[in-house]
Design a protein. Structure first.
Length: 534
């Protein structure tokens, strides 16, 4: 069993520690949801155009106002509410809320009884108009919920713990044989040598914890760019992953960013990662009355923080396929893996009655292993040899025991506008809002690719931080330089063209305080540098 340090996962949370971590308090009361109706699927399952169920939801309906909460007043007049919830036999449990309102100044934490796993603080910034809220789970069969309310807003907060996520499989701890992770032994971690040069695509792929009524399922999704390049948080996955979710269920989906090993070997502990919660359905192949290409597009309820460093995938809809490429995915809900193909994609139907709207893929052995896909990989992106998105996984027969069996990916070119005529049956209205009609679109980071921030290559920006003026010193006296200043979202602020000078002075006195990106282009060379304006 792994020894976990305090692990604060950022679900757009504010960090910090609950009052009980620095004060000795007795453990709160323990509630146990009724498990008599608990039924879950057989553990034998394949990729059969269905999401991988790993958990069930148990009703609890425990309001903050009930008698079961431990209530404490601290020395500053804050009121603390605490309760422990246990569900015997669970590999992990999570709390799902309704009627949730957190007033300004209040804080909500969720942690393990041994205080080695901590989620939060959640604050008024996490309020939704629907009152629905969810977080990622805590490993083990017990969690503690602690809510702090300052005296200025005493009695204003309210919520009900409506359900408990009871995970019964595919939630993995450390094992002596395999390290961390539960996918097949043949799988290849994304940061093995096979992932070299694929950082952008890696940073776009997400693990999806999907609520489908009483069922909790794993799928894979990815952020995707649009022709406005406005960083709209669109996530594409497979239709069979999301089509059974209600509007309320969508608000309690959890999206995992950077859920991966930072090296080639499996880590001994669950890797640090970030999460977001909630989305709305935008478009899906099942919105049309056809056996379509199996795509599902959602939009996150909030913009993604730049600190998450997300990448929005470029795409190619020409429908020509590729002679080689790869996928990045979360098999069995495990950490991020990579699989490669090295022969031409074939046009195919997924099953009888389906159109030829799919790519048939045969995976190839690489230096580290023979990466394939598994349940939980559904919705993962298929990339061509240049790293453009060209499909999303529906299913197939490939596994670590049947490595040469084919898999099938719904074609991005079919997702575009072949499933129906309405906006909610196509990708085109959402990913080409400018009506450019382009076949290919490059990807983009939320801000600037950190790999491009190379010091002393083409210029130096001094002083940094800057107050009134910023001096750009070029590393060659002759040249035609184009200077651009952008904010962290990538929006252009100012541009300057300079020829034949060794330096150039920029007046920044009217710039707002903050961080900017300065880029200098000379011929085919471009360099970026972050500059702070005080």
């Amino acid at each position: 069993m792994a020894v976990f340090s305090v692990n604060v996962h950022a679900q757009i949370s504010q960090g910090g520690q609950p009052y009980s971590f620095s004060h000795r308090l007795e453990m709160p009361r323990v509630l146990s949801p009724d498990r008599t109706e608990l039924q879950y699927k057989n553990l034998v399952e394949n990729k059969s155009c269905s999401a991988l169920e790993f958990a069930r939801f148990l009703p609890l309906n425990e309001p903050l106002s009930s008698k079961h909460w431990q209530i404490i007043s601290d020395e500053d007049g804050r009121t603390l509410y605490r309760i422990a919830i246990q569900s015997e036999g669970a590999l992990a449990i999570g709390a799902y809320f309704n009627d949730c309102y957190l007033p300004p100044g209040s804080r909500l934490f969720i942690y393990s009884p041994d205080k080695k796993q901590l989620i939060g603080a959640f604050t008024s910034q996490n309020n939704h108009s629907s009152g629905l809220f969810a977080t990622e789970y805590i490993l083990g069969d017990e969690l503690v919920i602690e809510y702090e309310e300052p005296i200025a807003v005493q009695g204003q907060g309210h919520f009900t713990i409506s359900e408990i996520l009871y995970a019964y499989r595919d939630v993995r701890l450390f094992s002596e044989e395999k390290g961390y992770g539960g996918s097949g032994d043949c799988e290849v971690n994304v940061n093995c040598p096979e992932g070299n040069g694929k950082k952008n695509q890696r940073d776009a792929v997400l693990r999806l914890l999907i609520k489908n009524g009483s069922s909790g399922t794993w799928c894979t999704g990815s952020l995707v760019n649009n022709t406005k390049e406005d960083r709209t948080p669109y996530v594409i996955t497979a239709d069979h992953c999301g089509k059974n979710s209600s509007a309320d269920d969508h608000e309690q989906w959890v999206f995992y960013f950077h859920y991966q090993s930072w090296g080639c070997a499996n880590p001994e502990n669950e890797p640090a990662h970030k999460t977001m919660e909630g989305c709305i359905e935008i478009a899906a192949s099942s919105k049309a009355d056809v056996q379509g290409s199996d795509f599902y597009l959602v939009q996150l309820l909030q913009d993604i923080p730049e600190t998450y460093n997300p990448y929005f995938l470029g795409w190619n809809r020409d429908g020509l396929g590729s002679s080689e490429g790869f996928t990045i995915h979360h098999p069995q809900g495990d950490i991020k893996k990579i699989s490669h193909y090295a022969q031409d994609l074939q046009d195919a139907s997924y099953a009888q009655g389906f159109p030829k709207a799919y790519w048939e893929v045969l995976w190839s052995e690489t230096s580290t292993g023979f990466g394939v896909t598994e349940p939980g990989s559904s919705g993962s992106p298929l990339f061509d040899k240049d790293g453009y998105l060209i499909g999303t996984l529906t299913g197939g027969g490939a596994s670590c025991s049947t490595q040469t069996a084919p898999d099938y990916y719904g074609k991005f070119s079919e997702h575009w506008m072949s499933n129906g005529d309405a906006d909610d049956q196509q990708l085109r209205p959402w990913l080409d809002p400018l009506n450019l009609g382009v076949d290919k679109m490059d990807g983009v980071y939320m801000g600037v690719d950190e790999q491009k921030l190379v010091a002393n290559q083409l210029f130096q920006a001094i002083p940094n931080p800057a107050t009134s003026y910023l001096n750009i010193y070029f590393n060659q006296n002759a040249g035609n330089f184009h200077i651009q200043i952008s904010d962290l979202s990538g929006s252009r602020i100012k541009e300057y063209d300079v020829s034949g000078n060794a330096s150039y002075r920029i007046d920044m006195s009217k710039f707002s305080r903050g961080v900017y990106i300065v880029s200098v282009t000379e011929g085919k060379t471009i360099q970026y540098q972050k500059v702070t304006k005080l």
